[in-house]
Design a protein around this ligand. Structure first.
Ligand code: ATP
Length: 242
């Protein structure tokens, strides 16, 4: 579904993404795990087509900047970007119209209920708390039922109930065949919810860890993360296909 090929992104002299390649197969959950500044948000913004970069990115064989590809993608940014003068309900309506959705009202209400926003439908964007903004941003991203869902640090600012709902939803999305890419630096937050973890360091994918290979080691993902990012033994790295 998602194919990132030799992507390099520089901000002037800073190489934020250095020749990154990875593939997330249909219906799998891929995690970008890395310390602050590793380049996670940058590669996500490249995938979304917001930045200029060297390299190639495709989804379902379509160039990521094509309208056809954009129709497949849902995105939850690191920092919610809402309209201060639109209500919660109007944000959802706006997304429904932008994507020309039909028969979305039941799903819209279900999402708002799951994220405790049902009684906030008439509140304006600038009247929402930070966590509520994040929840609305997640609802907006999910409403079009994208085939590829991209979350940039989605857990930040969420209360425990919303984190639980989001984790449940990730499992449901996978069951429905949706491909997911999620970035985080909080190892605990992803638990078992992943198929492949791409450990990023200094703008590179430093290791690719397949869940199916975890049985071959008694190390946890956290152990592997620290060994990679803090420069210890790298012999346990699984299946790096770069
Ligand atoms: P975090 O976990 O802190 O969100 P990240 O892994 O998402 O970090 P990026 O935001 O992609 O990391 O940043 C990667 C590098 O690119 C960092 O060195 C950062 O300072 C730099 N960078 C990011 N955005 C810009 C920008 N707009 N202009 C200049 N440099 C930038």
């Amino acid at each position: 579904m998602l194919n990132v090929m030799q992507v390099t992104k520089k901000y002037h002299k800073v190489v934020a993404n250095d020749d990154i390649s990875f593939t997330i197969p249909d219906g799998e959950i891929g995690i970008l795990l890395g310390p602050n500044g590793a380049g996670k948000s940058t590669i996500i913004k490249c995938i979304m087509g917001f930045l200029k970069y060297q390299g190639k990115i495709q989804m379902d064989g379509l160039d990521n900047k094509s309208v056809e590809a954009k129709k497949l993608m849902g995105y939850v940014p690191e920092i919610p970007s809402l309209y201060p003068n639109l209500t919660v309900d109007e944000h959802m309506e706006f997304i429904a119209r932008a994507y020309k959705l039909k028969d979305y009202k039941e799903y819209k209400d279900e999402l708002l209920a799951r994220f405790d926003l049902e009684d906030k439908k008439k509140k304006f964007g600038d009247e929402l708390s930070k966590g509520m903004q994040q929840k609305l941003s997640i609802c907006c991203g999910l409403l079009p039922r994208p085939k590829l869902m991209i979350f940039d640090e989605p857990m930040i600012g969420l209360d425990p109930h919303a984190i639980k709902e989001l984790k449940l939803l990730l499992g449901e999305l996978r069951d429905q065949g949706c491909t997911v890419l999620l970035s985080t630096h909080m190892i605990d937050s992803i638990e078992e919810l992943w198929d492949t973890t791409y450990i990023m360091k200094d703008g590179k994918v430093a290791a690719v860890v397949r869940k199916e290979n975890m049985g071959e080691t008694d190390k946890s993902l956290e152990d592997i993360f620290f060994e990679i990012t803090e420069g210890e033994d790298k012999s346990i790295v699984k299946g790096q296909e770069e």
